[in-house]
Ligand binder design. Structure first.
Ligand code: ADP
Ligand code: MG
Length: 361
């Protein structure tokens, strides 16, 4: 399967968009808070050619079983499958007044899907960037991130925040994107040379549609209302009087978001100081908070984090992404990261029978 074989021609545009790993700042983006993601080497490649008319034809090597899918612009429907991410793009572009015609697109990605590494944002942002080139759409990278979020929120039905789209649209290798998700102001923070990032996919897939993710989001909105603030971003850890207004479960959920926000700010200082010990400690605190307060971890991920933290080369580890499955991110010295990652994955398989995949380094 290739663009040429699928459509009997060569693509006029070839564009790659990376996946992302969030270093810290989980479930803070829909609370107007802070996040700190960076890109990963895995990426989504989109080959595309504009055509006349309004027929869209698209194939994905990752979804080879579905062959070439096709639909007409203006007749987008969400059928629940991967095509919703494509149809969502063309519908949101049309709703926003951007004119395109029919096109052929071929997708292939090395970002695992449902692993908490933003294959969805890489696909959507990548497709909009390819269409920007094909149709000279007047869109900045930031505007593309916002459109991409609308695709997930309004069409796909995933009520995700803005982190993933901003990360894959704006971040660059070797840097972390310190993003204020309220103002969308950001700073690129250089990753120290001696930092060895480890990303391991547990192989257990998550979903952002319905279920736990939406429930957590709702509880944050309720908490903010109880406390009379616009978003949990506006509550600091010292606002104990406000926190006392909350029923116990909401208080636990809010506690995660409020402390996590503070941890992102602390993590930026630690990164700038090159202090991996401090950063590792923040990773550990973040994981405990996601596990105990926010309850978005699962036993297999807790085991993976525990094995990682017990490794002599590792400063700290945590669940990364929305949770309920997915991947972990861990920290080591650059020269130790590869060996440590392999040890962690091997021990995990021995203990649980699940095959974990090392994605970084
Ligand atoms: P994540 O973004 O963490 O990988 P999501 O559930 O948000 O997980 O998005 C995964 C979904 O995005 C897949 O199930 C699929 O529908 C779609 N998707 C992502 N990458 C591709 C791809 N390369 N080809 C086709 N669909 C894709
Ligand atoms: Mg996603």
């Amino acid at each position: 399967m290739s663009f040429e074989k699928s459509f009997n021609s060569s693509p006029s545009i070839v564009l790659t968009t990376p996946g992302r790993v969030n270093l810290i700042g989980e479930h803070t983006d829909y609370n107007d808070g802070f996040v700190l993601p960076t890109v990963i080497p895995q990426s989504t490649k989109i080959e595309l050619s504009g055509r006349g008319g309004s027929r869209v034809r698209v194939a994905s090597l990752n979804m080879a079983a579905s062959g070439i899918e096709s639909y007409m612009l203006g007749e987008e429907v969400n059928n629940g499958g991967w095509l919703a991410y494509i149809q969502g793009v063309t519908q949101v572009l049309a709703k926003s007044g951007f004119k395109i015609s029919g096109f052929d697109a071929f997708i292939q990605s090395t970002v695992p899907t449902g692993a908490g590494l933003s294959s969805s944002a890489a696909l959507i942002v990548g497709l909009i960037k390819a269409l920007r080139l094909a149709y000279q759409l007047d869109l900045t990278d930031k505007a593309i991130a916002l459109l991409a979020q609308r695709v997930e929120n309004e069409f796909v039905g995933a009520h995700v925040g803005i982190m993933d789209q901003m990360a894959v649209s704006l971040a660059a290798p070797g840097q972390a994107l310190f993003l204020d998700t309220r103002s969308l102001e950001f700073k690129l923070i250089k990753l120290p040379k001696h930092l060895g990032l480890i990303v391991i996919n547990s192989g257990i897939k998550h979903s952002n549609i319905g279920g736990g993710y939406s429930e957590r989001r709702q509880s944050c909105e309720e908490s903010a209302k109880f406390m009379g603030v616009r978003a949990l971003r506006d509550v600091s850890i010292d606002d104990t009087r406000k926190m006392m207004l909350l029923p116990p479960l909401l208080a636990k959920r809010a506690h995660h978001v409020i402390t996590e926000n503070a941890r992102v700010v602390a993590a930026v200082s630690a990164l700038q100081a090159g202090d991996l010990t401090r950063l590792g400690a923040l990773f550990k605190e973040s994981h405990a908070s996601m596990r105990d307060d926010y309850e978005v971890s699962i036993p297999e991920i807790d085991i993976l984090v525990e094995i990682a933290c017990a490794d002599p080369a590792v400063y700290g580890a945590r669940l990364t992404g929305g949770g309920f499955g997915g991947s972990i991110v861990a920290l080591a010295n650059a020269q130790d990261a590869a060996a440590a990652a392999k040890r962690i994955a091997d021990r995990f398989e021995l203990r649980t029978g699940h095959k974990a995949t090392v994605l970084v380094p």
